[in-house]
Design a protein around this ligand. Structure first.
Ligand SMILES: [Fe+2]
Ligand SMILES: [Fe+2]
Length: 350
């Protein structure tokens, strides 16, 4: 027979906070059975955000703003600057003649060019002129500045790991107050020397960094590869003809915290449903279609951006014409920490 307690439990519990301890056996929800999934599937319409972005050009200069960006906020995340739990997304505008000054930060960035022709990004001594569909990398702690030397507005999608870096409490930021960095390499040198992957530039020596040495993955190459493959295959059941952008040194993801992919969905494509712990932000390069996310149908068209949170059941469908989607994800983080989990799912009705 159990002996009667010699300590009054309520007295015991009430004195704990003063010592900054709490009983694990009374903690609810500490070990959750599955991801919390506060972020929801959502779409940002390009024509709507573009209109606001162009209006913002009259509100603030790129120099005043440092970066003139409208952040894309997931409505499930209570106003946090996040498109999914770990991913930040924004649309940035640089007007003709403007400069977004040199800075660097611990958060890594990718850019996918949406509109314009002739603005540049400089990254760690290399300048690259950006055109629609180009993917430009700004790895963790690399100096970067942007400028628009063309006569039209330049708009791109920014993708960063800011929510993750802030959760890990490792943010750093430096802005020396200079517009431009010193250029130390020929323009677009890395795209020419490294991007083929099958030929390695030996004068670069051992590339010891964990990110890709390529600044710009040009659309002209990406589109050709995508189209050639689509002539041969239907690709994968979930994502159609899909390519991951790789680091040509090791074939892995382009950045340790952000992965990028591009996929072609043939006309009438109807993808299989699945879920994975990694989240993704998609940008519609061309075509119309819909993605069902946890039972909600998100229709999308050219220029739109949409978010698929981690562990949300999703399936893509193209309309009557082919569609091309670019996406960035937190997959490399989860993969390297053994936290990437994938599961098939039943087809959804929406
Ligand atoms: Fe930046
Ligand atoms: Fe997926």
């Amino acid at each position: 027979m159990a002996s009667p307690p010699t300590v009054d439990p309520e007295v015991f519990y009430s004195k704990l906070p003063a010592f900054h301890v709490e009983p694990l056996w009374r903690a609810r929800g500490l070990m959750r059975p599955a991801p919390g999934r506060e972020a929801v599937g959502c779409v940002w319409r390009y024509d709507e955000v573009r209109r606001l972005l162009l209006e913002s050009g009259d509100v603030v200069t790129a120099a005043e703003a440092d970066r003139r960006v409208l952040m894309l906020l997931n409505p499930g995340l209570d106003g946090a600057a996040a498109a999914t739990a770990n991913l930040y997304a924004g649309l940035q505008l640089v007007l003709p003649g403007e400069v977004a000054p040199k800075h660097r930060h611990a958060a890594a960035a990718i850019r996918f060019i949406v509109e314009g022709d002739g603005a540049y990004t400089a990254v760690d001594g290399e300048k690259s002129v950006m055109r629609p569909g180009d993917l430009v990398l700004t790895p963790n702690w690399t100096w970067h500045d942007h400028g628009n030397e063309s006569d039209g507005p330049m708009i791109w999608l920014d993708g960063l790991d800011i929510p993750l870096v802030n959760k890990l409490d490792v943010p750093f930021f430096e802005s020396p107050g200079e517009d431009r960095q010193l250029l130390t390499r020929p323009d677009d040198a890395s795209a020419r020397h490294w991007a083929q992957g099958r030929l390695r530039p030996l004068w670069e020596g051992d590339w010891q960094r964990r990110y890709s040495p390529v600044v710009n993955y040009p659309w002209t190459v990406t589109e050709r590869v995508l189209r050639d493959a689509a002539a041969d295959t239907d690709g994968t059941p979930h994502d159609g003809v899909v390519f991951r952008y790789t680091n040509p040194v090791d074939g892995g993801h382009v950045l340790p915290t952000l992965g990028c992919a591009v996929q072609l969905l043939k006309a009438g494509f109807r993808g299989a449903a699945h879920r994975h712990t990694s989240a993704a932000v998609y940008h519609v390069v061309r075509g119309n279609g819909a993605t069902i996310v946890d039972g909600a149908r998100l229709t999308w068209g050219p220029g739109d951006t949409f978010a698929v949170p981690g562990w949300a059941v999703h399936e893509h469908a193209a309309g009557d014409e082919e569609a091309i989607l670019f996406s960035f994800t937190d997959e490399p983080v989860l993969e390297s920490l053994d936290l990437l989990r994938t599961a098939p799912a039943d087809r959804q009705e929406a």
